[in-house]
Write a protein that binds this ligand. Structure first.
Ligand code: SIN
Length: 382
């Protein structure tokens, strides 16, 4: 009788304390959480236990993306981006601890299709703050690949340091067979830790290639070799733990730009209009009536506009809206006063920036001026 009462009491206690409700996976997650809490400093930076003073100090800022994605199956395409915390990404590359002293910080946990101006501003401010410290030698940013090129260019124009800043992502989720994230992350850390990466602008390291943040674009929806710089090619390669450079960008970046977002909390509204045959020209009116300050047109061919769209664009520029002609074609320059008469329309050209990168530069330019001639100068400079 006594024995059975003790058993019932034990059972009750166990249920109340939830012992029977914790699965092995949950227990593992709780253990990791405890470990994380133990290694998280007051500033919210997850620190690794011992520092090697012979190695550079690199901070990893995590924003989410497929590199932090997890799916139910290792072979199916479906997964959710931005599920895993930075500590889990770093645990997948213990080799990186031999390259640098690493600290991780979660800035956001989003698929990069949900990237916002406010995360861009938060990232730029945090990168600038970190790189001002003599204790930080470089920054790696983990990011979804969908809008990685835009974030890289935004930072290329707004980071005020020559220290290496390297963006990285993955095309396969962390739980997929042959996930590319750990290797890409290791390579990005190798690039950021290498002194030769300084002063080259914000970089993107993907699939063993290193790109300029200004030039890089996602070119394939699913391939691990998706990142390319269609106009210039990669700046270099990262292979076997080593970095090799072949080119350098001549366009002004980081410390050479006039763009300072330290006091900026909102970016001007700029929209992109896609060109195609027989478009509805009233789409220009929709943007204007919706309060846009600038429009980038992804024009056909050399950034050309449909005749009725030209008429609407001329009306928009007359109202002070800055309109930039870019091209929906994947490479090449859009030439000023080529087939399209920019002088008559009041438009300017993106030079060789694709529409989404032209949008980034136009947003930053509009923080300075709304004079189209001055902004055209920026497009030839940056
Ligand atoms: C995303 O951009 O967050 C999703 C796709 C990816 O990271 O590859």
């Amino acid at each position: 009788m006594l024995r059975s009462s003790v058993f019932v009491y034990g059972l009750l206690l166990a249920c109340m304390t939830g012992i029977f409700q914790i699965t092995p996976m949950e227990a593992q997650a709780q253990k990791k959480k405890k470990q994380r809490a133990a290694t998280t400093s007051a500033a919210g930076v997850a620190t690794r236990p011992e520092k090697n003073k012979n190695l550079p100090n690199i901070v990893i800022l995590a924003t989410g993306g497929t590199i932090a994605g997890a799916g139910a199956s290792s072979v199916a395409a479906g997964y959710t981006a931005g599920k895993l915390p930075i500590e889990d990404l770093l645990s997948a590359v213990p080799e990186a601890n031999k390259v640098a002293n690493l600290e991780g910080e979660q800035v956001a946990s989003v698929g990069s299709q949900a990237m916002t101006d406010s995360v861009w501003l938060k990232l730029a401010k945090r990168v600038n703050e970190l790189l001002q410290s003599a204790e930080v030698d470089g920054v790696v940013i983990t990011h979804g690949t969908d809008t990685q090129g835009e974030t890289a260019f935004f930072l290329d124009l707004t980071v005020k340091s020559d220290k290496p800043v390297v963006l990285v992502g993955a095309m396969r989720s962390a739980t997929a067979i042959s996930a590319d994230g750990p290797k890409n992350l290791y390579d990005a850390i190798v690039v950021a830790a290498n002194k030769s990466s300084a002063g080259r602008g914000v970089l993107v390291a993907m699939n063993e290639e290193i790109f300029s943040g200004r030039e890089v674009n996602k070119m394939n929806t699913t391939s691990t070799a998706t990142f390319q710089a269609p106009n210039t090619g990669p700046l270099g390669y990262v292979f076997d733990g080593k970095v090799a450079w072949y080119h350098a960008t001549l366009r002004k970046h980081t410390t050479q730009t006039i763009f300072d977002v330290s006091q900026v909390n909102e970016l001007p509204k700029v929209d992109i209009l896609y060109g195609y045959s027989n478009p509805d020209p009233t789409l220009v009116d929709c943007l204007v009536n919706n309060g846009t300050k600038g429009i980038v047109i992804a024009g056909v061919g050399n950034g050309n506009l449909y005749p009725t769209v030209e008429t609407k664009v001329k009306q928009a520029t007359a109202k002070g809206i800055v309109v930039v002609r870019a091209a929906r074609v994947a490479s090449g320059r859009v030439t000023l006063n080529g087939e399209t008469n920019d002088k008559a329309l009041g438009t300017i050209v993106s030079d060789d920036l694709n529409p989404e990168k032209a949008r980034v530069l136009l947003q930053l330019s509009l923080l300075k001026t709304s004079d189209p001639a001055t902004i055209q100068g920026y497009f030839f400079e940056y």
